[in-house]
Each structure stands twice: as structure tokens, then as C-alpha cells.
Design a protein around this ligand. Structure first.
Ligand code: NAG
Ligand code: NAG
Ligand code: NAG
Ligand code: NAG
Length: 334
């Protein structure tokens, strides 16, 4: 794991307090200090468990960020992605965008178990996930943003919601933008949150059509850099057996949160069709150029977009519940 420099730490902290100053302690119905009295050690516990998990498996940083995104984008941030299927409910874990690819449930379980020791029945699983994603990004060199808290856990999950609401790497940019817009996000959030692909991996099947048969006539995606294409074809040969092999989303700095994702796009070495598509539209391409040159402004905007995303469809007050076990709604525990 890369240990970010002191200067980077300072800048991240600066943005954190800058954002706090701009936005105050409260965002929508959520409050940055929500658990200050009821669970003062919360952030420390989350940080420790996330740190251990990433020290063991660097890829876990990207997995936790993606898990938070998949929670919030499907029927709001209410922990539905964490629910296991039951005899009467088929949840999100087996939906196409999640099956055999979402990871990190054990990390959330471990955090929850520790949190329950200090403050039983107090902290929602969806808030734990939001904090874990922030700690994960920070630990691999990314920004530190204020996580507003007080979300409550939902009571159910629907497989079909995950299938229809999550953006797909096979969709055109307009479709992805439409999904963001339907959540109250905008085209800037599409570009900024796509920058999360500075860490993590994708399975070969998610970009294989680009390598061998992009146009239906057996030709590769013409926007792909030639050397990059050769390398990807070696990693993912045109056989079914390679479909689950992993390629880094940002081959330049695989485990480091930085702005190389955007530099790659400028160089035609974006991995997913949906990544490279940001260069096919004037508005989004100009943002890509901008972030490729301005890492700190990318950090600042990423922080702001994460706060926005963390506010999608939250349950507060007496809605939902505080789950005891993140995989099961409470009424099934008794
Ligand atoms: C460490 O990471 C591996 C996957 O890389 C996982 O199988 C294992 O359970 C992890 N161990 C701990 C203690 O988290
Ligand atoms: C916070 O954690 C410290 C060290 O683990 C512990 O001594 C303290 O009792 C905890 N505080 C609360 C309020 O749980
Ligand atoms: C994109 O959206 C349009 C209009 O909703 C839809 O007809 C089309 O199937 C979508 N394309 C993909 C690849 O999902
Ligand atoms: C982009 O391409 C240029 C020219 O081929 C090269 O010098 C540069 O290192 C590349 N940048 C990245 C981030 O790969």
C-alpha cells in the first residue's frame, strides 16, 4: 500500500475542514455529529478495521467504495445491499451488477461487531458503510470528506432494483447520465465519481467486446490505444475461460487514489467502454482534461460528489431501523 505524503495528508485535511466550513454540520437531514454523544469512538473503530482489511488486501479499498456506491444508488443509502436473501426475499446480492463482484461484507460485519460492543443498537449499517468507504479512500491516498450521519437501515431489498438502477459498463453515456439525474446527481457527478475507477479491478467480461468484436464485424474499439489493446488481449484472450480474470481500472497506479484515471482517458487507455465514453462528449471530455491536470480540484469535487451521493434516498427519524446484524433485518432475528 502506498503511504501518502504528509503534504497530501495536510491537503486532504484542509479540504475536509474547508468543506465542513462551507456546508456546516448538517447536510439535508443528516448531521456530521450525529453519533458524537451516542458512539464517540465510532470513527476510530471504523478506521481501525478498514485499515486492517486494506493492509491484508489492498483491493478492499475499491471494494468498500463500490459497496457504498451500490448501496446508495439502489433505492437510496439504506443498507439494502448488505441484506442476505431469505426464503421470502431475493435481495440485491445476486443481481447481475453485484453477483460475484461485490465484496467487503465481512469487513462491514467486523466493524458492526466492534461497534455493537461499545454502543449497542445505535449505529446503522448504512452509516458504517459510508464511513468505511471514506476511510478506505483516504487510506490509499484519496481525499477525506465529512460523512454526514444519521441514516437508518431499510427493511427490505429488491434484486430488480439493483438490475435496473445501477449504471452498467455496457451502457452509453446518456443512459448513465440519466440514471445519475434520476438520483438528483448531474453530469459533473458522473465524471467525478467515475474517477473512483482510479482504484480497483474489473473482470474481463466487462470490457471484452471492446477487444474483439466491438462493431459486430470482429474489430476492436477504434478508440483503444494500440499497445493497451495488445496487453488486454493477452490478459483476456477470446475464450470463455478468461471472463473472470481481473484487469486494473487504472493500470498506472493500481492501488493509489489519484487523478491518473483521467490521464488514462486522455491517452485512450480507459478500461471500460463507459469510462472511455467520457471522452466522446464535449462537455464531459473538457472535465476529464481539467481533472487530468488538477489533482487537488478532483479531490475537492470528489469529496463534494461523495457527500451528495451519500444523501440519496436516506431514511431518518423513525423510518427503517438500526440493524443488529447488517445481513438481516431485526424482525428476523427473534
Ligand atoms: C485477507 O484477504 C484475503 C483475500 O485477499 C481473504 O481471503 C482473507 O480472509 C483476509 N484475511 C483477513 C484476516 O481479513
Ligand atoms: C473508546 O475507546 C477507548 C480505547 O479503546 C476506550 O478506552 C473507551 O472506553 C472508549 N470510549 C467509549 C465511550 O466507548
Ligand atoms: C439506453 O436507454 C434507452 C432509452 O431508455 C434504451 O432504449 C436503451 O436500451 C438503453 N441502452 C442500453 C445499452 O442499455
Ligand atoms: C500518455 O501518452 C504519452 C505519449 O504517448 C506518454 O508520454 C504519457 O506517459 C502517457 N500518460 C499516461 C498517464 O499514460
Amino acid at each position: 500500500m502506498n503511504i501518502p505524503s504528509a503534504k497530501k495528508r495536510f491537503t486532504s485535511c484542509f479540504f475536509f475542514f474547508f468543506l465542513l466550513f462551507l456546508s456546516s454540520f448538517v447536510h439535508g437531514q443528516l448531521d456530521y455529529r450525529f453519533y458524537d454523544n451516542s458512539c464517540p469512538n465510532l470513527t476510530r473503530i471504523v478506521r481501525y478495521v478498514v485499515w486492517s482489511a486494506i493492509s491484508n488486501d489492498t483491493r478492499m479499498a475499491a471494494s468498500l467504495l463500490r459497496l457504498h456506491f451500490h448501496d446508495c444508488f439502489v433505492d437510496g443509502c439504506e443498507g439494502s445491499v448488505l441484506l442476505d436473501d431469505t426464503s421470502t426475499m431475493t435481495g440485491e446480492k445476486t443481481a447481475f451488477p453485484n453477483k460475484n463482484s461485490v465484496r467487503g461484507f465481512e469487513v462491514i460485519d467486523a466493524i458492526k461487531a466492534n461497534v455493537e460492543k461499545y454502543c449497542p443498537g445505535t449505529v446503522s449499517c448504512t452509516d458504517i458503510l459510508a464511513l468505511a468507504a471514506r476511510e478506505a479512500v483516504y487510506m490509499v491516498g484519496g481525499p477525506y470528506w465529512p460523512v454526514y450521519l444519521g441514516r437508518r437501515d431499510g427493511l427490505t431489498a429488491k434484486q430488480n432494483s439493483a438490475n435496473t438502477q445501477l449504471p452498467s459498463p455496457f451502457e452509453p453515456l446518456q443512459n448513465i447520465t440519466a440514471k445519475f439525474t434520476s438520483k438528483g446527481l448531474d453530469v459533473k457527478d458522473v465524471v467525478v465519481l467515475s474517477g473512483g475507477h482510479t482504484i480497483g479491478f474489473a473482470q474481463c467480461f466487462t470490457f471484452k467486446p471492446r477487444l474483439f468484436n466491438f462493431d459486430g464485424a470482429g474489430n476492436p474499439d477504434p478508440t483503444l490505444d494500440a499497445t493497451f489493446l495488445t496487453n488486454l488481449r493477452t490478459l483476456c484472450p477470446n475464450q470463455d475461460g478468461s471472463d473472470t480474470k481481473l484487469a486494473p481500472l487504472d493500470a498506472n497506479s493500481i492501488n493509489r487514489f489519484d487523478n491518473f484515471y483521467y490521464k488514462n482517458l486522455v491517452n485512450n487507455t480507459g478500461l471500460l467502454m463507459s469510462d472511455q465514453a467520457l471522452m466522446g462528449d464535449d462537455t464531459t471530455a473538457s472535465m476529464v482534461y481539467y481533472y487530468s491536470k488538477q489533482p487537488y480540484l478532483f479531490y475537492k469535487d470528489f469529496s463534494a460528489s461523495m457527500v451528495k451521493m451519500g444523501n440519496i434516498g436516506v431514511l431518518t427519524g423513525n423510518d427503517g431501523e438500526i440493524r443488529k446484524n447488517c445481513r438481516v433485518r431485526n424482525s428476523y432475528n427473534y
